[in-house]
Design a protein around this ligand. Structure first.
Ligand SMILES: [Fe+2]
Length: 365
C-alpha cells in the first residue's frame, strides 16, 4: 500500500470518527440541554464518563455551537410563524380592535417593575401620528422586535402615537387633512397598529403610553362645556390601553416614566435649536423625548439627553401645514435602551432613512 493510500484511508477514518462523535455529542446535548450552559470541559468529562471514550474538546465545542444555533433558529421560526399567522388573521378583519392577546403584566398605580425585571431591551418611540405613521418603518420595527423577542423588556410610546387630526383646533370649521376622516377611523387604525405591536411583544413586557399634545386634543375638546355634553371617547378608553397592559399617563406636559435608575422618558418640552442641551440643563438627568420631529443628543459626562425623532410619514397630507425648511429639519428615528443589571441605561439612537428603512444589529430592516 502506498503512502498516499494510507493517508487517504486515515483521512476517511478520521471523518467517520468525527461524524460519529459529533452525532453522539449532539444527541447528548439535545437530551440534556442543561449542559449547553456549562463549559466545554465539563461536557467532555460527562461524555467520556457516559460513553467510556475520550472525546475531543474541539468536537464538543463545534457540536455545542451548532446545537445552540439550531435551537435559536427553531425558536425564531416559531415566533415568525406566530407573527405571520396573526398578521394574516388581523388583515382579514381590517381595523378590528378586537383581536387582542390576554393583557400583559398588570402593574398597579403606574409603578415601574423592579430593576431585575427591567434588565434587557426597551424600545422607545413617539410622534407616530397614526394614521399618518410611516408604515414601512412600523413594519421594520416589528420585524426587529421579532428578531430580539427574547430580550424585550419594555415598549414605550412617548406621545403623539395617535394624531387625533379630527380634533385639531386648527381645522375647526374646515375639513381635516384627509376629507371624510373621522375620529372613529383614526381610533380604528391606532387599534390595528397596537394589535400588530402586541403580536411581537413578550407577555412580560413593561408597556407605557404617554399622551402627547396630540392626544391632549381630546382633553382640550372635552374642556369645552358644549362638547362635554356629547362626550367623545378618550384615547385611553378607545384604544383599550389599560386592558392591553399599558401604563398610561395623560398630562402631556407634566408626566414622565423613569426607566432603570434615573432615565426619564416624556413627550418633550423644549423646542429650541439646541433642545437636547436645554432638556439636560433644566432636568439634570438623562432622558429621551420626541415632539420636535428632530434627532439630537447632548451629553455631559455620564448624563445625556436624546431627542429620538419621529415615526410619522412626513409626506402625508397631515403635515402639509409644515414649510419646506421646517420639514428639512425633521428626521425619522427611534431608540433602544438596554438596561443593565444595575439599572444603568445604554441608549442607541436609530437614524431611519426617509424611505423607512434602517439598520440595526447588522440587519437592514
Ligand atoms: Fe408633539
Amino acid at each position: 500500500m502506498t503512502y498516499i493510500t494510507l493517508l487517504v484511508i486515515f483521512a476517511i477514518k478520521s471523518i467517520i470518527y468525527y461524524m460519529q462523535d459529533s452525532k453522539i455529542i449532539k444527541e447528548f446535548l439535545k437530551n440534556k440541554p442543561g449542559y449547553l450552559k456549562k463549559g466545554n470541559l465539563k461536557i467532555k468529562e460527562a461524555l467520556d464518563k457516559r460513553y467510556n471514550n475520550s472525546f475531543l474538546i474541539e468536537d464538543v465545542k463545534t457540536a455545542k455551537k451548532e446545537i445552540k444555533k439550531e435551537l435559536k433558529d427553531e425558536r425564531l421560526k416559531s415566533v415568525v410563524e406566530d407573527f405571520t399567522e396573526n398578521v394574516r388573521r388581523l388583515e382579514s378583519t381590517p381595523f378590528a380592535p378586537t383581536q387582542r392577546k390576554a393583557p400583559k403584566v398588570k402593574l398597579s398605580n403606574n409603578v415601574a417593575p423592579s430593576i431585575q425585571d427591567q434588565e434587557g431591551m426597551h424600545i422607545m418611540m413617539g410622534c407616530n401620528h397614526v394614521p399618518f405613521h410611516h408604515k414601512r418603518l412600523h413594519d421594520g420595527i416589528r420585524r426587529m422586535m421579532m428578531h430580539h423577542y427574547d430580550k424585550i423588556k419594555g415598549f414605550h410610546l412617548l406621545g403623539d402615537f395617535a394624531d387625533m387630526n379630527t380634533l385639531s383646533s386648527h381645522d375647526k370649521g374646515r375639513f381635516t387633512a384627509v376629507p371624510g376622516l373621522t375620529l372613529d377611523d383614526e381610533y380604528a387604525e391606532c387599534n390595528h397598529e397596537l394589535d400588530m405591536f402586541d403580536q411581537v411583544m413578550p407577555e412580560d413586557t413593561w408597556m407605557t403610553y404617554l399622551y402627547g399634545n396630540h392626544e391632549d386634543r381630546h382633553n382640550r375638546w372635552m374642556s369645552n362645556m358644549d362638547n362635554a355634553k356629547t362626550p367623545l371617547l378618550a384615547p385611553r378608553e378607545a384604544l383599550d390601553l389599560v386592558d392591553r397592559g399599558y401604563q398610561v399617563k395623560n398630562r402631556w406636559s407634566q408626566d414622565f416614566f423613569t426607566l432603570g435608575n434615573d432615565f426619564e422618558i416624556f413627550h418633550g418640552i423644549y423646542f429650541s435649536i439646541h433642545n437636547a442641551k436645554a432638556h439636560l440643563d433644566k432636568l439634570r438627568t438623562s432622558c429621551a423625548y420626541v415632539h420636535t420631529h428632530r434627532i439630537q443628543n447632548y451629553r455631559e459626562g455620564r448624563m445625556a439627553a436624546f431627542n429620538i425623532g419621529a415615526c410619522a410619514d412626513f409626506t402625508s397630507a397631515a403635515f402639509n401645514y409644515a414649510t419646506r425648511p421646517m420639514k428639512a429639519q425633521w428626521a425619522n428615528g427611534f431608540a433602544i435602551n438596554m438596561i443593565d443589571h444595575k439599572g444603568n441605561s445604554n441608549v442607541t439612537q436609530i437614524n431611519v432613512n426617509p424611505d423607512g428603512h434602517f439598520w440595526f444589529g447588522g440587519i437592514y430592516y
